[in-house]
Write a protein that binds this ligand. Structure first.
Ligand code: RM4
Ligand code: MN
Length: 397
């Protein structure tokens, strides 16, 4: 849900429909491929065999929700010979190619890290990949380069924490330098996994420090699954928005660690609280530059309906956040009315917004029930029948 809403200044009362009409949620191409756990990747009938088929599936999600107009790429998983063709394929479906995600975590050389590896040769290889991603952005017209590093250490003493930060800073500076004026670097953090002792970018503070050094077009990505249990994510969101450093979200939900489950499934209230802070911080405004992306895997549920459900969950939480009576909230806060302020928030959260969203869809010429409309369309059966042969796309493919 990008930033096309004309929502207003901080704390202003906003008509839900204004934001909801212009909402844009970016889909991850990898959500349409096979995925699994470290124990098993399940193959599913009808799964895309190449990036074009992933884009086609993403197009379906937009077709029925109307609020998912772009799909993020992961390089090299989505490497194609001719990105121009992929752009056109997306356009024909009424969507765009979005954020380019770099992948410096799957080659054998990266066992001890990519850009922070003690071996200069490995660092050079990783940097070359990041440059390739900028070339892809140039070809696709993408605004954002999203960087997530699996780099870190497993054992105390394994490598120098400080030297690894230096190496990271050096690589980021080289990439930032390479970006065009309209392109941004979005640095994602993750508390742990795959490294267990230290991650080189474990938290928003580390990401923020690097971004500040780089320049204004470097921003932080908040992946909602990348925190310690109990972390107050909306607080982080409020701070980053305040500093104009919130580049975007990777939405997903989790019960334990980085579960990558459907956003809004584990904790819809948390999603509401996050989006409430987005609203208060002006994050729905067109010029706020907050990218609203999904980063999920559908291991056991069907993938396209899984994405449709996720998009609807974000929509519902957004609608509820927009229903908060900010004036009443601020009045209660000023008066020190603890229970009153809390009640204003809970009233909005407890409102059933499904009819409102159904009406909005109908008004836009969409079926009020995207899940049912997709199920009726026959697309799921068609891809199962047609996508025979070839190699299914999946985690790492
Ligand atoms: C990471 C991180 C990145 C995603 C990869 C696949 O945990 O969340 O955003 O691109 O997984
Ligand atoms: Mn992520």
């Amino acid at each position: 849900m990008s930033c096309r809403g004309k929502v207003a200044k901080k704390g202003a009362v906003v008509r839900p429909s204004d934001v909801l009409r212009s909402q844009a949620i970016e889909l991850p191409s990898w959500a349409f491929g096979n995925s699994g756990t470290r124990f098993k990747v399940f193959g599913r009938a009808g799964v895309p065999r190449d990036p074009f088929e992933k884009v086609a599936d993403a197009g379906q999600v937009h077709r029925y929700t109307g609020v998912a107009p772009s799909v993020a790429l992961h390089i090299p998983w989505d490497r194609v010979d001719d990105y121009g063709r992929l752009v056109v394929a997306a356009k024909d479906l009424g969507i765009e190619l979005g954020t380019v995600n770099a992948n410096v975590f799957q080659d054998d050389e990266y066992m001890l890290g990519s850009v922070t590896n003690p071996d200069a040769g490995v660092r050079k290889k990783a940097l070359a990949h990041l440059f390739e991603c900028v070339d892809v952005m140039d070809a696709t017209g993408s605004r954002d380069l999203k960087l997530w590093f699996s780099d870190g250490t497993n054992y105390p003493g394994q490598d120098s924490i400080r030297a690894r930060q230096d190496r990271l800073g050096e690589a980021l500076a080289a990439v930032y330098e390479r970006l065009g004026e309209d392109q941004r670097l979005i640095l994602e953090y993750k508390l742990f996994e795959p490294a267990f002792y230290t991650m080189d970018v474990p938290d928003w503070g580390t990401s923020y420090l690097h971004c500040v050094r780089l320049g204004e077009r470097a921003k932080v990505c908040v992946d909602t699954g990348h925190h310690a249990p109990g972390t107050n994510i909306e607080f982080i969101v409020a701070l980053l928005l305040r500093e104009q450093r919130l580049g975007g979200f990777d939405f997903n939900s989790r019960f334990y660690a980085d579960d990558d489950l459907m956003v809004g499934a584990a904790d819809p209230f948390q999603l509401f609280r996050i989006l409430h802070e987005v609203r208060l911080g002006g994050g729905f405004a067109a010029d706020a530059g907050v990218a609203f992306m999904l980063d999920q895997c559908h291991n056991i549920e069907p993938k396209i309906p899984g994405q449709i459900r996720s998009v609807m969950n974000v929509q519902e939480a957004t609608a509820k956040a927009l229903l908060v009576d900010v004036a009443a909230l601020e009045a209660a806060q000023r008066a020190g009315d603890v229970l009153g302020a809390n009640a204003v928030l809970m009233d909005a959260y407890n409102t059933d917004v499904r009819a409102l969203l159904a009406d909005l869809r109908a008004e836009q010429g969409l079926d009020p029930d995207p899940m049912a409309a997709y199920a009726r369309s026959g697309y799921a059966e068609r891809i199962v029948a047609e996508r025979i042969g070839g190699v299914q796309a999946g985690w790492g493919a």
